[in-house]
Design a protein around this ligand. Sequence first.
Ligand SMILES: Nc1nc2c(ncn2[C@@H]2O[C@H](COP(=O)(O)OP(=O)(O)O)[C@@H](O)[C@H]2O)c(=O)[nH]1
Ligand SMILES: [Mg+2]
Length: 257
Amino acid sequence: MSPSATHLVLIPSYNTGPQVYATVKAARAQWNPVWVVTDGSTDGTPAGLQAMAAADPGLRVIVLPANGGKGAAVLHGLEAARAEGFTHALAMDSDGQHPAELIPQFMRASQQRPDTMVLGRPVFDASAPLLRVRGRRVSNWWTNLETLGAGVGDSLYGFRVYPVEGLIAVMRGQPWMRRFDFDTEAVVRLAWRGAKPVNLDAPVKYLSAEEGGVSHFRYGRDNVLLSWMHLRLMIEFGLRLPSLLWRRARRLPPFQP
Ligand SMILES: Nc1nc2c(ncn2[C@@H]2O[C@H](COP(=O)(O)OP(=O)(O)O)[C@@H](O)[C@H]2O)c(=O)[nH]1
Ligand SMILES: [Mg+2]
């Protein structure tokens, strides 16, 4: 597979154990190049991934020494990608929950409409915990309001193609978005910058512990973080409302057809 010069797969990873190897292999079977950013992982996977990369020119591993959070790891990868001329990055989770087989379809959609962000719309199966599915509805409701109905199908699903330059600008503009507040704040702020959301269905798997499922989401801690994020976004939304209404009435980005 010849490498893409514009679109890469970017996988932030933190202590997933062997799931990250399977995830990276599945992504490499679909795309070139794939970059993994390990984020202070202490499970031996940085060395394991570096060994894989030594035998595969389509894989790059960036090892961060201390844990900074998912958003911080993505930002690190984006800045390295921009330095090499990439314009778009498909972010996916490292823990086997996301459908690698859909990478080509998402990349094609992005190549056809580079002015958009291509968002996965989660298709849950019976393995999805009810608490997480419900929490998501709340986050989606707020996100719809904050973007004035620009069409974000799901605020939390991390399987997405982002514009590299736009996302770096958004993240460098403020100190948040470094941890679990990354995914939601990214779509809201990119929509404010004019990136139109395009939604594509994509299944999500919830692996049991026996299957190697790992989650670092902490219900209390991370829901506080997400509530604070929506509060912050709502205040800024109030300030942006006149401009958003104007743009929506004139079908200007992100409300373009
Ligand atoms: N780089 C980095 N990635 C993280 C961190 N926490 C979670 N992730 C990644 O973010 C993705 C989603 O996190 P996860 O813990 O699976 O949350 P859940 O899927 O919402 O339960 C996975 O790919 C993780 O590897 C972190 O501290 N640093
Ligand atoms: Mg997960």
